[in-house]
Design a protein around this ligand. Structure first.
Ligand code: SAM
Length: 291
């Protein structure tokens, strides 16, 4: 394990295109991090906050997605072989996509530590090239794996440089693939838990979550709030700013964050008709803190 004084402390961007990813927001979250020695990101996804923040003495990343688990563990423990297998992914990108998305569906059924290396490359390749970075393994939702970003598999050498730094940071982390509840065990007042559930509004409009591998319905939001209300840890939750999360976490502290995405504009029908750019897209997030 690396200690917290290595250059793995340097803020890094998540290597993943992740729906709801907090890469842009992490910088704004950091003034709100409490003092802690133990850090746990219990719904980790692309891990934007973990990769951005300095390491704690102990660090724990958890997510239910088995492909994501395979990627993080492989980057941490087996970077050279991962890089070598990535370098072999040459040739027509649609053909490569079909191979990982269709011919290797067997890997999507694997769990635990089976076939980690191939599962890691599969997850990473699909994440770079699929529509919206949404790597959904559920076979009944096969059409969700839609090839739309061929350029996501270019400049591999540059990506591997970045992944090597990611690999170093991951060496300081415990990585698990289980329901988040298990990551609350043994937490103390020196533990900082960050939870980033799927947006509440997404769960209202899509009872079966279309963005992630596992669904997160309204009851899941209630269970999460109950579990987090019951821990001695310092907890930060990020949500879309709507009334329900404020209700679920009544009595906690709320911080509204807003930022403009540089160079990114909302394209509306009206703007198109008038041949002008619409206003810059605004990012918004509600931070909910129990400290
Ligand atoms: C909004 S995403 C996290 C995004 C992340 N903060 C980032 O910056 O990329 C929520 C994650 O929770 C995971 N998840 C959903 N239900 C879970 C559960 N019961 N236990 C653990 N992880 C879960 C999903 O797989 C998904 O990756």
């Amino acid at each position: 394990m690396l200690s917290s004084s290595t250059n793995a402390d340097k803020p890094l961007r998540s290597p993943l295109r992740y729906p709801g990813g907090k890469t842009r927001a992490a910088k704004l979250f950091s003034p709100h991090f409490p003092e802690h020695t133990d850090y746990r990101e219990i719904l980790a996804g692309g891990g934007a906050v973990f990769f951005h923040k300095p390491l704690a003495k102990t660090n724990w990343l958890n997510d239910l997605h088995p492909g994501l688990y395979a990627l993080y563990v492989t980057l941490r423990d087996n970077f050279d072989e991962f890089a070598a297998l990535c370098k072999k992914q040459t040739g027509e990108r649609r053909r490569l996509f079909n191979y990982w998305a269709t011919e290797r569906r067997d890997l999507m059924e694997a769990s635990g530590n089976q076939q980690l290396l191939e599962r890691a490359v599969q997850f990473y390749f699909l994440n770079r090239t699929v529509w919206g970075g949404r790597v959904v393994f559920d076979p009944s939702r096969k059409s969700r794996l839609y090839f739309s970003n061929p350029s996501g598999w270019s400049r591999l050498d540059q990506k591997l440089q970045h992944l090597m730094q990611i690999s170093q940071k991951l060496r300081a982390a415990k990585i698990t693939c289980q329901g988040y509840e298990k990551c609350l065990a043994g937490a103390t007042s020196n533990t900082f838990i960050y939870a980033d559930p799927p947006y509440y509004r997404e769960s209202v409009s899509h009872p079966t979550d279309r963005l992630y591998d596992k669904s997160f319905d309204l009851e899941c939001h209630q269970r999460l709030a109950a579990a987090l209300n019951d821990t001695p840890a310092k907890v930060m939750v990020s949500y879309d700013d709507c009334p329900e999360p404020r209700e679920l976490f009544r009595g906690w502290n709320f911080v509204e964050l807003q930022w403009k995405y540089s160079g990114t504009y909302a394209v509306t029908k009206e703007a198109k008709a008038n041949r002008r750019k619409e206003k810059k897209i605004t990012g918004r997030e509600l931070l909910i803190l129990n400290y």
